[in-house]
Design a protein around this ligand. Structure first.
Ligand SMILES: Cc1ncc(COP(=O)(O)O)c(C=O)c1O
Length: 342
């Protein structure tokens, strides 16, 4: 049986969190002399520590309640806080499926946590048979499931992911940074069903706000409470909150851009398929394509010389490059450059 108390670090379970001025008084008033702010200037006030306006908008779009939403300084903060809440440094472990997003590894290292990396098999799917011993290991506190996965681009099988959530007594974080480009369903609708589920999304990809640094975790109220206790009090700036709010008000523009990127993804795929040195284009549920070429290092350097930058993933997946879907013009420039490679 899953018990939150059993998997949370003792010091975090017993933590008395910081209570900011804006936590203690939330109403409207005429004179604010409570937060040692400067009375002059445009950005002189601290931001809303609970980002409630964003949560109210997001709750409607995602069909959840505001107390199931955590707003972070990028999803990297969602990942880092998970280590700090659940994993005792030097003792506990976490697990993910490789190849995947590199920050799980770096964040684990920073927090002095061993990250077990289980290789994906058969077109980058989870090997459930080999996973079983880890599901039963009480020191494994978090499993990161990146779906759609970076850099492979595919969505992981829903049944496998559900099996993990149901049979693991730690927390499962499904990183859905690319879910808006996928035809598969988000796991957000399962957060009421599973007490050990956190779904992480971001404004950096489909919303086009990577510069703003805002990530989101959807989870139950008990886990949310832990996140709120551990996060820095004012973790999302006024400027960042405003940028997100503006985007939330223009949701239809975001949807239009996603549609364009999806069209471009299939066009780019077709164009790449006609290039001689391209051997395989992997199926993608994300805004990038993983492509196997004759010589990834050579292709990468050749493109750099032509001022076109892609990601060389040769060290992770043999002779593979990862290409982000750009504008039609940018994609055409890439194709033209690739056509001329000798
Ligand atoms: C799978 C995955 N998760 C999270 C992130 C980072 O998201 P954010 O910009 O919200 O920190 C990335 C960025 O590339 C990613 O690929």
């Amino acid at each position: 049986m899953f018990s939150l108390e059993k998997i949370v670090r003792k010091n975090i379970w017993n933590l008395t969190p910081y209570s900011s001025a804006r936590d203690e008084f939330k109403g409207t008033a005429d004179v604010f002399l409570d937060a040692n702010e400067n009375p002059y200037g445009n950005l002189n006030r601290y931001p809303d520590p609970q980002q409630i306006k964003i949560k109210e908008k997001l709750a409607k779009i995602k069909n959840v309640s505001t107390d199931q939403i955590f707003i972070g300084n990028g999803s990297d903060e969602v990942i880092d806080l998970a280590f700090r809440i659940f994993c005792e440094p030097g003792v506990d472990k976490a697990l993910t499926f490789s190849p995947t997003y590199g920050m799980y590894d770096v964040s684990a290292d920073i927090n002095n946590i061993e990250l077990i990396k289980q290789p994906l098999i058969n077109d980058f799917q989870i090997n459930l048979n080999q996973l079983q011993p880890y599901l039963d290991d009480p020191l494994v506190k978090i499993i990161f499931v990146c779906s759609p996965n970076n850099p492979t681009g595919n969505t992981l099988n829903t049944d496998d992911v559900e099996y993990i959530i149901e049979n693991f007594e730690g927390v499962v974080i499904i990183d859905e940074a690319y879910i808006d480009f996928s035809s598969k369903k988000s796991f957000i609708e399962k957060i009421n069903e599973y007490p050990n589920l956190i779904v992480s999304q971001t404004f950096s990809k489909a919303w086009g706000l990577a510069g703003v640094r805002v990530g989101v975790a959807y989870t139950n109220n008990a886990i949310l409470d832990l996140y709120n206790r551990v996060k820095p009090p004012y973790n999302v700036s006024v400027l960042n909150q405003d940028a997100v709010l503006e985007s939330l008000h223009n949701f239809s523009d975001v949807q239009k851009n996603i549609d364009i990127i999806l069209e471009e993804r299939s066009r780019l795929k077709q164009r790449l398929a006609s290039i001689k040195k391209v051997n395989k284009i992997y199926p993608s549920d994300a805004n990038f394509l993983l492509v196997n070429v004759d010589d990834a290092d050579k292709t990468y350097n050749y493109l750099i010389e032509r001022k076109v930058i892609i990601r060389n993933r040769n060290k992770v997946i043999n002779n593979c490059i990862r290409i982000t879907v750009g504008t039609p013009e940018e994609n055409e420039r890439l194709i033209e450059a690739l056509k001329n490679i000798s």
